[in-house]
Design a protein. Sequence first.
Length: 213
Amino acid sequence: MSHLYPIYLNLDSKRCLVIGGGKVAERKVATLLEYEADVILVSPEVTPMIDDWAAHNLIIWRRGVFQPQDLDNIFLVFIATGDNNVNKSITTLCRQKGILVNAVDDPPNCDFYVPSILRRNSLCIAISTEGKSPLLAAKLRRELESIVPAEYGEWVEILGRLREDIKKSHLDINERQKLFETLVYSDILELLKEGRKEKIEERIAQCMSCLRE
């Protein structure tokens, strides 16, 4: 199999189907809600947490077994039944309809794998072993937590704000690129780690002084 193409998906208001009602399905639903997807779940029985989400209208729970019409207008599918035969039949239907599908712990019936994620605000580092060892991916993510502390998230937000100012400036493309590099390779991140807020604004002003010239 060729290597997988890494991609970040916008799931905001996208209709995502979860098939299954156990703890694995619960974890999938929790993540989908975090990314503001519209979640539909199909299962005869569910965990208390899934039941609670449905009772509070955070998800739609259709009590019963999977039916082909459950795939209507669906963007993404997670299968968490634990039955490889069921996984295969649903995956076949999804692929016929051009719907991306992930059957949990069943690589042959996956079009994508969920990486282990380290998030610092808008900075997101995703680690994947292409389904071969999720535990190793999780181990690497934990190791990166100490290398990429929370201040990186704050730094990304600052860079995003400054980037918009630079894009609106009179600088040409080469000058903008030089200024981007000056900011990224400055000591502002270290100042954030040290909590020296007053020095940060001074350093930003120094880096951005060319915009006032």
